[in-house]
Design a protein around this ligand. Structure first.
Ligand code: ADP
Ligand code: MG
Length: 221
């Protein structure tokens, strides 16, 4: 089991992140500017350029919306919440996306009520990010399981049947902009770790015996 430690100095020092964001946003902006200049001169085949421009704008949109979730701890709203209700909501939400890819999301809690303190919208974002990654990792059809392993301290696993995470890649996960996906932002796990850190919770990756990986979130007792 490998800890995805929250090495905040290394990963998310504000300056380093800002430099990364600037870099990631500058590339699509440069290409947008170039295509606009081309369009001004009235070239042929406008549709292809417009399509690329739309993709570039979407890239910028993704980056900025993911970064919105890096809230300052002082802006968080901690309240008594029910983990079962939160996970029910999220599974319902993600099932519509999963169904299109022939993926089942299983969540069978043993209790109706597991209380814990958290910022609800932030914790929702954590499980949206993890389940989204699990869906994207599932190659064809498959099952994703969301399991409440125990209630005190509260542990939740998100288990997929994808290819798993190679050992040498594990420590890169959660670094800003680290992605192996064509249209990935590489911000999901960084934001996830940041939110969990604000909750004194941790995340680690377990290797599944058969195939796939398990992302395990442990809350403080
Ligand atoms: P993104 O999803 O935009 O690539 P993330 O920070 O969410 O960014 O994930 C970073 C990388 O971690 C992914 O590109 C992928 O290589 C790896 N990863 C995350 N979740 C899984 C998973 N469930 N199975 C395999 N690899 C994963
Ligand atoms: Mg992701």
């Amino acid at each position: 089991a490998q800890e995805l430690l929250i090495s905040s100095e290394k990963l998310t020092s504000a300056g380093q992140l800002a430099a990364g964001v600037a870099h990631e946003i500058r590339n699509p902006l440069t290409s947008l500017k170039g295509f606009l200049q081309l369009l001004e001169t009235g070239i042929e085949g406008k549709e292809a350029y417009l399509k690329i421009m739309k993709d570039e704008i979407e890239k910028i949109e993704t980056i900025s919306s993911e970064l919105l979730y890096i809230a300052r701890p002082s802006h968080l709203k901690f309240e008594d919440e029910n983990m079962v209700a939160i996970l029910n909501d999220i599974c319902l939400l993600m099932r519509s996306q999963a169904r299109m890819n022939d993926i089942q999301i299983e969540f069978e809690p043993l209790d109706d009520q597991i209380k814990f303190r958290c910022d609800r919208s932030q914790i929702k974002q954590v499980f949206i990010n993890l389940i989204k990654n699990a869906i994207e990792a599932t190659e064809e059809s498959g099952t994703i399981a969301v399991n409440i392993v125990q209630s005190n301290p509260l542990i939740v696993d998100v288990v997929d049947e994808g290819p798993g995470v190679p050992n040498e890649m594990k420590e890169k996960l959660g670094e800003p902009f680290f992605t192996t996906k064509k249209n990935g932002s590489g911000l999901g796990l960084m934001v996830t770790k940041q939110i969990l850190s604000n909750h004194d919770a941790t995340i680690k990756i377990l290797d599944n015996e058969d195939k796939g990986s398990t992302f395990r979130v442990t809350f403080p007792s």
